[in-house]
Design a protein around this ligand. Structure first.
Ligand code: SAH
Ligand code: SF4
Ligand code: F3S
Length: 441
């Protein structure tokens, strides 16, 4: 028998890249590769990259630089770049870093085995096409290995929204939904292998139309799978939250009370210039509707500060919106100019202004996060146990609201294993997690 070759994958960017990396690793398993967690003994290094902000994209080149020595020592080592930088910069990558053997865009992963063979034969291999078919169907299916209690499942890809700051519509292409039957099959298989919680993924996941009743319809169907206990989805666009999906938050028990619903800014002028196609008030109304069906819904969001032409007054509108919503968690970024996007051509906000706004915004958001976390003390939640904690006997899992919860109390955590769903009373709140006591089951 020949020794298996070793594949090292490093993943940047969003959860969709995490899912893609898993699928690529599995597909390469069929080509005689096993995964390794260090680049040092790898026969192939694959960087699954992100182009969303300048810093993310530049990381790829510095990471590649680090492999120069390895490649010199081991001429057979193949280096590949996948993901959104591969899509956006294609040949430019090979020009800047001649040691790269293979470049593959996010819609061409099913061609990875062919591309790898081409690279092995000493040629440069590049594919950044946007084929029509579902790449996940063409990608070799998952091996029957046991899985942990949580998994991602991509149901939709691409984006047609063209927010003025964003590269995703260019790197991932137009919105495509996977057929519901294939998703159901994959979900059942994952549940058979131990998964208890599924997070449905899409760049615009609620624009999903592979089911005749949209994402809400798909979620209701998934909820019928025995053994699947929790469903989440991310990332949503406010304009695609249809009536049925809103209703599902109230009547589908398996759909968790946590929603990531990015708004980016609170000023109508900026929202318009961002091409978000809704106002701040419409967003707040939507949240009101969601909370009327699910009062304990925890919200999370994404914010950009220092978008071109954002004034101090516009920024104050964002702070006001945040105060009105009260987020459970949030991600916030300084606007980053991206080549080829409309906003990159406009008058930029000075860097020190951006830094100052980001600091103030993050102070408010972390204060809110803290307050909501502290408000959990004394409440009973259910925790899906994921793994052992750092201290002996301790286990860690997630609450319905996606808070990490440590089960601490002496002896109580005994006999509890990953995949168990247990009732817990929250007793204290740490930096980024909660601590609780196991309740009698
Ligand atoms: N599809 C999702 C998110 C995609 S990217 C949505 O529509 O919300 C994730 C986040 O990165 C965005 O929500 C936005 O806050 C941030 N982002 C995207 N482009 C950016 C840019 N040019 N500069 C700074 N942040 C950006
Ligand atoms: Fe980017 Fe906007 Fe599409 Fe989200 S909705 S991926 S921010 S273009
Ligand atoms: Fe980044 Fe591409 Fe995801 S740009 S955020 S990896 S869709």
């Amino acid at each position: 028998m020949t020794e298996p070759k070793k594949l090292f994958i490093k993943t940047y960017g969003c959860q969709m890249n995490v899912y893609d990396s898993e699928r690529m690793a599995e597909a390469m398993g069929g080509e005689g590769y096993v995964q390794t967690d260090t680049p040092d003994d790898a026969d192939m290094i694959l960087l699954n990259t992100c182009h969303i902000r300048e810093k993310a994209a530049e990381k790829v080149y510095s990471e590649l630089g680090r492999y120069k020595g390895l490649k010199a020592e081991k001429p057979d080592l193949k280096i590949g770049v996948a993901g959104c930088v591969a899509q956006a910069e294609g040949q430019e990558i090979m020009r800047r870093q001649p040691m790269v053997d293979l470049v593959v865009g996010p819609q061409s992963y099913h061609r990875l085995p062919e591309l790898e063979a081409k690279a092995r034969s000493g040629q440069k291999a590049l594919d950044t096409d946007f084929p029509e078919d579902d790449k996940f169907t063409a990608l070799k299916s998952r091996p029957k290995a046991k899985r942990g209690p949580t998994a991602f499942l991509t149901v939709q890809e691409g984006c047609d929204k063209f927010c003025a700051f964003c590269v995703v519509p260019y790197t991932r292409g137009a919105e495509v939904s996977r057929p519901a039957t294939r998703i159901m099959d994959e979900a059942r298989d994952l549940v058979d292998r131990g998964v208890r919680e599924l997070t449905l993924l899409g760049q615009n996941v609620n624009a999903y139309h592979g089911h005749d009743k949209g994402l809400g319809g798909l979620i209701r169907e998934l909820a019928k799978i025995d053994g699947l206990q929790r469903i989440r989805f991310t990332t949503s666009h406010p304009n695609d939250m249809d009536d049925d999906l809103i209703a599902a938050h109230g009547d589908c028990d398996k759909l968790m009370p946590y929603l990531h619903l990015p708004v980016q800014a609170g000023s109508d002028k900026i929202l318009k210039r961002m091409n978000r196609a809704h106002t701040a008030e419409e967003y707040l109304k939507l949240i009101e509707r969601l909370r009327s069906v699910r009062p304990d819904l925890h919200l999370s969001g994404d914010f950009i500060v220092g978008f071109p032409e954002e004034t101090e007054a516009d920024f104050q509108d964002t702070l006001d919106l945040i105060k009105a919503v009260e987020y459970g968690s949030a991600f916030s970024f300084k606007y980053s100019e991206r080549p080829g996007t409309p906003a990159a051509e406009r008058a930029q906000v000075p860097e020190d202004e951006k830094n100052d706004r980001l600091q103030r915004l993050q102070a408010l958001l972390s204060q809110q996060q803290r307050a909501l976390q502290d408000a959990m003390i004394g409440r009973d939640v259910s925790v899906l146990i994921e793994k052992a904690g750092r201290e002996p006997g301790q286990m860690v899992g997630k609450s319905e609201y996606l808070h990490a919860v440590h089960v601490q109390a002496e002896g109580q955590a005994e006999g509890i294993a990953p995949g168990d769903m247990i009732p817990v009373r929250i007793v204290s709140s740490g930096r980024n997690s909660l601590n609780g006591d196991v309740l009698p089951r």
